[in-house]
Write a protein of this length. Structure first.
Ligand SMILES: Nc1ncnc2c1ncn2[C@@H]1O[C@H](COP(=O)(O)OP(=O)(O)O)[C@@H](O)[C@H]1O
Ligand SMILES: [Mg+2]
Length: 264
């Protein structure tokens, strides 16, 4: 059984898109690795930006992940902590007098892990160092623990990854500035003591980056981990004027992912 955490250089870098494609690759296109249909469970620990449907907050990422994972999970099983407003999750939590805790994120993760899927894929939120808010002494008095600079001690989503020791996959959104963002993110994941096993070059924008191949080549030279896919931007309408569905985009993308590195 393998467990991965998908992070990225930033929000909107393609974490959900690529996560769906990785799941699709495991469940449909690369069964030859294990010679059986692989079971994949998905987990989106926190989301902010949801639609209220029949009294339930539905996040689009969780919905998409549920369409590709194959362990019969409900949306709330995939994404138990959800906020309506599309803002930083810990700020959304604070507005509701709530606190996001690593303990809850871990309990919810263990629920997903208990499905015993061949692969559990966890999609992060934002980038690597997503704040969860200040740590408090207890939920009763809610007093913040201060550090030596008399500032509140913060917890981050990356602390959950540290505690669960998930293998990390880094999505790099290929745009100007991505070399810096990719290297900083990789260095920080490694400095946090985690295993960043692979990176993926993703073109998340219809506006192609100047000197794309040179930039990919630079990252290949500097990052000491394998690049397991180079993904083009796929437009909503193809050259013949036909609509391209999300499923079609994911199917095409899934075929480009080299899963063998992830199965080691
Ligand atoms: N390679 C791609 N081709 C086409 N659209 C993409 C690609 N990568 C990302 N997108 C689109 O870009 C937007 C942001 O991607 P998303 O996966 O939601 O990012 P994140 O999860 O990191 O916030 C979404 O609308 C997604 O469908
Ligand atoms: Mg997402």
């Amino acid at each position: 059984m393998k467990q991965f955490f998908v992070t990225a250089t930033d929000t909107d870098a393609g974490k959900t898109f690529v996560s769906c494609a990785i799941i699709r690759a495991f469940t449909h296109h690369h069964n030859t690795i294990t010679n059986k249909v692989m079971k994949v469970a998905a987990y989106k620990p926190i989301s902010a930006g949801c639609e209220l449907i029949d009294g339930q907050l539905i996040n689009e990422d969780a919905k998409l992940l549920s369409e590709f994972a194959n362990c019969d999970q409900s949306i709330s099983h995939i994404n138990p902590i959800a906020f309506e407003q599309p803002i930083a999750p810990h700020i959304a939590a604070k507005k509701q007098n709530e606190q996001i805790t690593i303990a809850d994120i871990k309990i919810n993760y263990l629920q997903v892990k208990s499905l015993n899927a061949d692969v559990t894929l966890v999609e992060g939120a934002g980038g690597w160092r997503l704040p969860l808010g200040p740590v408090s002494t207890s939920s009763q008095n809610n007093s913040e623990i201060k550090n030596e600079d008399n500032k509140p001690t913060y917890q981050f989503l990356s602390d959950f990854v540290k505690e669960t020791d998930l293998e990390v996959i880094l999505i790099v959104n290929m745009k100007l500035g991505c070399l810096n963002h990719a290297l900083l993110t990789y260095e920080t994941i490694t400095a946090d003591g985690l295993n960043c096993v692979a990176w993926i070059a993703n073109c998340a924008s219809s506006d192609p980056m100047n000197n794309l191949s040179e930039n990919i080549f630079e990252l290949e030279k500097i990052l000491p981990i394998p690049k397991i896919a180079q993904l083009d931007f796929i437009a909503d309408v193809d050259e013949e004027g036909n609509d391209v569905s999300y499923l079609e985009k994911i199917n095409r993308t899934a075929k480009k992912i080299n899963l063998s590195v992830l199965m080691k």
